[in-house]
Design a binder for this molecule. Structure first.
Ligand SMILES: NC(=O)c1ccc[n+]([C@@H]2O[C@H](COP(=O)([O-])OP(=O)(O)OC[C@H]3O[C@@H](n4cnc5c(N)ncnc54)[C@H](O)[C@@H]3O)[C@@H](O)[C@H]2O)c1
Ligand SMILES: O=c1ccn([C@@H]2O[C@H](COP(=O)(O)OP(=O)(O)O[C@H]3O[C@H](CO)[C@@H](O)[C@H](O)[C@H]3O)[C@@H](O)[C@H]2O)c(=O)[nH]1
Length: 456
């Protein structure tokens, strides 16, 4: 099959590379000249594990190429796949300007019989708009539209594509259904065929449900803290029930990223426009907004309710590990909150350094975690990068001014932290104060010696 993928962001690029990997001839189009130049030289402009090697091998095999000219990409194509951004407008609704521009551009150079597939996350009714935008430009309807929402996650995008759990295809014709079934056959996945509206809604419903799970467990975590329960064991206990499922029950500082925050917002607007006021999703958002700042409260509790002049090491800036994406990352709320408290912050992220400089102007960045924690009054963990698991606790203790760790991702083992003499607060688990344990041990020792001495 000959495919033209439009937009070479996280979705378009990964999809294009994976389609070429399974044998299709793919031309990826982007209006960003710099991006296309780098891609044409085999350089991947985003951090996505495994993508660069896969891109290189498919380019070498002659199945994958890049261009800024849509007409070149569309020449002889069986399908055009729209994967441009749909960011949030100020009112939370999805901005369809990029989708509209692409649809009109397709209309200006369309060939008869083309199937135009929208992969971008779009509000209900958008695929019909795409059809109209194209038809208005080209003056005929000798083409078809289909909705094929994307469910990949950043950081595991290749596996999520090659081993996708399902494909949802919203179609209006047998021809479009056949093409999409053929396209997905090598993925050996379950295909749900439905109308355009259902496919569009399925994407918002999936993201809203996952976000709901996260806010739910975060609320449970907040109650756990009040009653001395441990949310990690609790999540395991409830997650083993298949009706609940163990995924997406990781308590922490709330969800971020380019999808959940914007898609929950857009879903609320979609429902409103349809005359329905969603009740659960706005609550999910409220919980998430508050959750992001819990670590700052925990920090204040640990440091005597005053952060002014305190040295805080922030470990992790990306919205989750294995990505350089800073979009709606919790750090974007936490860092300004620390600034407002007049704390001095030094941050370290293994990958998202350039993105952090752009997203958080003025932030002081370290080159290593050791540099970031040097002389810190407290360490704040915001992203659960694997590499942070390898941090040597004795080294951490030696480098910091005070052994205080606030873990927004429940990454460390409280027992170990206690054993190494840290004050350690995480999310939904009891606070441990190893410093006190050490003092108590010392007191016991002294009193024991005293008792023995006093009693002869
Ligand atoms: N990022 C994810 O993990 C993810 C997962 C599933 C779905 N989605 C959805 O997929 C869509 C794309 O997301 P993304 O994260 O890949 O976006 P992105 O911002 O990373 O990339 C979008 C790309 O489209 C290009 N573009 C914009 N207008 C164009 C035009 N007229 N012609 C050619 N190229 C154009 C931009 O230059 C950019 O490179 C969004 O709707 C998003 O909600 C994203
Ligand atoms: O138990 C969990 C799981 C995730 N998160 C957070 O939730 C956010 C989103 O994580 P994840 O879903 O792994 O990343 P995304 O790449 O944003 O992927 C989501 O958004 C994409 C864009 O729509 C969808 O395609 C994916 O299916 C959907 O998982 C991150 O901040 C995570 O730290 C938690 O706090 N607890």
């Amino acid at each position: 099959m000959k495919l033209c993928v439009i937009g070479t962001g996280y979705v378009g690029l990964v999809s294009g590379v994976c389609y070429s990997h399974i044998g299709h001839e793919v031309v990826c189009v982007d209006r960003d000249q710099e991006k296309i130049k780098r891609l044409s030289q085999g350089e991947v402009p985003i951090f996505e594990p495994g993508l660069e090697d896969m891109l290189a091998s498919n380019m070498a095999a002659g199945r994958l190429s890049f261009t800024t000219r849509l007409s070149d990409g569309l020449a002889g194509a069986d399908a055009a796949i729209i994967a441009v951004g749909t960011p949030a407008r100020a009112d939370g609704s999805a901005n369809l300007d990029y989708v509209e521009a692409v649809a009109k551009e397709i209309g200006s150079c369309i060939t008869a019989g083309l199937v135009v597939i929208t992969k971008s996350t779009v509000p209900v009714g958008t695929n019909r708009k795409v059809k109209n935008w194209i038809a208005e430009t080209c003056g005929h309807e000798d083409f078809e539209v289909a909705s094929c929402p994307e469910f990949l996650r950043e950081g595991t995008a290749i596996a999520d594509t090659l081993e996708m759990e399902r494909a949802v295809i919203g179609v209006e014709s047998v021809n479009a259904e056949r093409l999409l079934r053929d396209l997905h056959k090598p993925f050996q996945t379950t295909i749900v065929t439905c109308n355009l509206e259902t496919a569009e809604m399925a994407k918002y419903a999936a993201n809203a449900f996952l976000a709901t799970k996260i806010s739910f467990i975060n609320e449970v975590a907040n109650v756990c803290e009040q009653v001395g329960a441990d949310v990690t064991s609790l999540a395991e206990a409830i997650g083993l029930d298949h009706r609940i499922g163990r995924h997406f029950l990781k308590a922490g500082i709330g969800y971020g990223g380019s999808c959940f925050p914007k898609d929950t917002q857009a879903f609320i607007r979609v429902a409103q426009q349809a005359g329905y006021d969603l009740q659960i999703v706005p609550a999910v958002e409220r919980v998430n907004a508050a959750q992001r700042l819990t670590v700052v409260h925990k920090l204040k509790t640990a440091l005597g309710h005053n952060l002014a002049g305190k040295q805080i090491a922030m470990l992790g800036l990306a919205f989750k590990p294995n990505t350089d994406d800073m979009r709606a990352a919790p750090a974007l709320d936490v860092y300004p909150a620390l600034e407002r408290e007049q704390a001095n912050t030094v941050a370290f992220d293994p990958i998202a350094t350039e993105q952090a400089k752009a997203a958080l102007p003025g932030i002081q960045l370290a080159n290593t975690w050791q540099q970031a924690v040097k002389d810190a009054d407290a360490v704040l963990l915001l992203t659960d990068w694997e590499t942070f698991k390898d941090i040597s606790l004795p080294e951490l203790k030696k480098l910091t001014k005070q052994p205080i760790v606030i873990d927004g991702r429940n990454m460390f083992d409280p027992k170990e932290m206690e054993m190494h003499g840290f004050y350690y607060d995480s999310v939904g688990r009891p606070v441990v104060d190893g410093r006190l344990e050490r003092i108590r041990e010392w007191e016991d020792l002294v009193l024991g010696v005293y008792d023995r001495f006093a009693n002869g």
